[in-house]
Design a protein around this ligand. Sequence first.
Ligand SMILES: [Fe+2]
Length: 392
Amino acid sequence: MKIVFSDKLPPKKKGSTRFCFFGDWFLKDDNRGPSWNEEFRGFEVDHVICNLEGCVSGRSLKKRLKAGPCLKMNESSLDFLLRGNTDMWVTLSNNHVLDYGIEGLNDTISLLKQKNINYIGAGLNEKEAWREGVFNKDGERTVVVINFSEGEDDSSARLGVGGVAGYEVGRVANLIVSNKKHNKIVVVVFHGGRERVNLPPPYIQKMLRNFAELGADLIIGHHPHVPQPWELHEGVPIFYSIGNSLFDYGSKSSLEEKGLAIIFEKNKGDSSDVVYAVPFFEKERYLEICPKGDFIYDRLKEGALYVVSQEVIMKSWAYESCRKGKVSFKINLFLLIKLLLMPFRIKKGNKGLRAFVGTPAHQEFLNTYISNQLEPTENKLSGAVINYINEK
Ligand SMILES: [Fe+2]
């Protein structure tokens, strides 16, 4: 499939369908000012699919015991999310939708239904959590969107227990293969990796490339909160992280205010499909499209290309783990001692620590750090790659 980087979209072709994917979305307070994606309003798209990273509830609910912050939004935030009459979807398989337990998820789902916002990736039972987004149009191939995540918590839906579509790689592989047998177009939306790191861990690259080899047509990642590399693997576009869309939490580095909107254009009949990638930046809860030639535009378009070889990803990950590991390893040890020694917080400490260490991206980071201390690997990375990794 062809990828076109652009700061504008050409007019929609007759009979085509456009899906616009955005990254992590969280709004702390009430709706104020113009709609967050006003700038994209001129874009002719049929469906918007955005990652709703948090619980939505008007109630006071108990926070879940977990590693990291708990995110909750007001009902009015969903009005801010809506975009005119465009068919709106949210992906819920992420590490925050269960922050206020099943009650919080229940409220979120009820409010989404009230506002006519469709959702995938989580549910009040396993079947609902693994429900795919299915887009049918008469006489055209069906488009299926699969959403799953790796999380910091034990929040996966299981038999009789609600939650998210969790880290079940084999299950996703089977879904891809069975949908392809029925000649469907398959889009995989994965939420995972390491936050605020400019490149994916090697195991995620391997997994997503494998999905491409199994027949997925387009693969989109989020969770790191910064844009990461993209590539065409055997002709399949893989965007390892499209960054935030609007993430209204804490102070942010410059890259956390940058993202990619991915517009998948499915054309009629046999005409080839296209993926448009539109770089944008967030400014006071409002998205502005980066003009061509802008530094960020070039970084997102060209910069990613030299870090997607498996060798460079491995070396970069080792470099990053060692550089940051020295600090984070000490902090984690400190946290471990602090959490375990506090007599009234043993439950929270254990749960938080178990959730942290149980997340594949954290394990990979610690493993790489420790193995590099025992047997240092030489990281002969180019200056350009080191700059790419270090930019904030
Ligand atoms: Fe996340």
